[in-house]
Design a protein around this ligand. Structure first.
Ligand SMILES: Cc1ncc(COP(=O)(O)O)c(C=O)c1O
Length: 387
């Protein structure tokens, strides 16, 4: 794509195919080359072509970082070897005595970083149900430097008002970080709503094919970018060039995949809600979801993740997961293949049982990641496993 093609701002689907990926200037190759070199020859000491050593910068990674920044409407993107490496790097902008105010329903590994890693460096955290802005305001401390949220949250699919949380964070002089893994920029762009940093597990929808573990953050704040780029290099949790290439390839179909997956999820959520073996369906697209109106306002579509409580206990939910044939019983989400899991035993085992109980992560809760298979086949699979 030539940059001068038109003055019209490009839509996400176009950016996903082209942003950061002009044809290779040497060969004209339309696919970004995978540059595997760990180091780059310099004409003389300090006289290089923009790349010195692949931890500090790599052409394939640079293309991915530019594409991801464009998708989130950010000036800058930085990539990492996992979502948690991105999260850990963001948390290292803090100092002993600083406080993180987090949503109460975050990925178990994020909670583990707050509770078992950062706490030992003197970084404090507390959690609050961010559906209540008053509760969030009351939980802000003089030392609060960062507000952290995921929306929709994992696994209870609570939806939080990003613009409102940005307002509270700004008033407190804190940075708002939004984990946009579940929604993707196809459904919402947190920076446009006032967030300072967006973080992703690229392992999920961004790559979309369950063959890469990776992470990314995007920001338009120059000061934050400088500090985070320093930490990316200093801490060293960068992805390899081949993984960057795979994510660039996956991103090209991001919009198509996410819209199709959302359409199938909406159909399955409706059907599940009418099934006698299902006690409760949690899906932001259903009118019964407590945050349905906010989701409709904040998100283009309600997402492709469904949580459901089945009648019975662990035996019934485990039996359901064992009987599924197309849905694989596996952790993770956002791939082309449908997955199902048991949060209490699998993804959220690191959350203490008492906290799980408060959040509603019961033994009868299952979580579905709806893939790209035929929706009729997916429903037949669920119906068979429930029967
Ligand atoms: C919402 C969310 N954020 C972050 C992560 C961590 O990402 P990764 O597994 O790529 O380290 C996950 C992983 O499941 C996640 O679901």
């Amino acid at each position: 794509m030539r940059p001068e093609a038109s003055s019209r701002p490009l839509a996400l689907d176009t950016l996903a195919v082209h942003a950061g990926q002009p044809p290779d200037p040497v060969s004209g190759a339309v696919m970004t080359p995978i540059v595997l070199a760990s180091t780059f020859a310099q004409d003389g000491p300090g006289n290089h072509k923009g790349f010195e050593y692949s931890r500090s910068g790599n052409p394939t990674r640079q293309a991915l970082e530019a594409c991801l920044a464009a998708l989130e409407g950010a000036k800058h993107g930085l990539c990492f070897s996992s979502g948690l490496a991105a999260t850990a790097t963001i948390l290292h902008t803090l100092r002993p005595g600083d406080h993180v105010l987090s949503g109460d329903d975050v990925y178990g590994g994020t909670f583990r970083l707050f509770d078992k890693v950062m706490k030992h460096f003197g970084v404090e955290y507390s959690m609050v149900d961010m559906r209540s802005p008053d509760a969030v305001r009351a939980a802000v401390r003089p030392t609060t430097k960062m507000v952290w949220l995921e929306t929709p949250s994992n696994p209870m699919l609570k939806v939080f008002d990003i613009a409102k949380m940005a307002e509270i964070a700004r008033a407190a002089g804190a940075v708002l970080v939004v984990d946009n893994t579940f929604a993707t920029p196809v459904l919402q762009q947190p920076l446009a709503l006032g967030a300072s940093i967006v973080v992703h597990s690229m392992t999920k929808y961004l790559n979309g094919h369950s063959d890469v573990v990776g992470g990314a953050l995007m920001t338009s704040d120059e000061g934050l970018r400088e500090r985070l780029a320093f930490l990316q290099n200093a801490m060293g949790g960068v992805p390899g060039p081949f993984d960057c290439y795979l994510v660039l390839r996956g991103l090209k179909t991001l919009g198509v995949r996410v819209r199709h997956q959302c359409a199938s999820a909406a159909i399955l959520a409706e059907k599940l809600a009418g099934h006698a073996k299902v006690k409760r369906v949690i899906y932001p697209g259903l009118a019964s979801h407590p945050d349905h109106a906010l989701a409709a306002r904040q998100m283009k579509l309600p997402g492709a993740m469904i949580s459901a409580e089945l009648h019975g206990g662990l035996d019934e939910s485990a039996g359901f997961l064992k009987r599924l044939g197309i849905f694989a019983c596996a952790e993770s989400l956002g791939g082309v293949e449908s997955l199902a899991e048991h949060p209490a035993i699998m993804t959220h085992a690191s959350v203490p049982e008492a906290s799980r109980r408060v959040l509603g992560i019961s033994d009868s809760l299952v979580r579905l990641s709806v893939g790209l298979e035929d929706v009729g086949d997916l429903w037949a699979d669920i119906e068979h496993a429930l029967s």
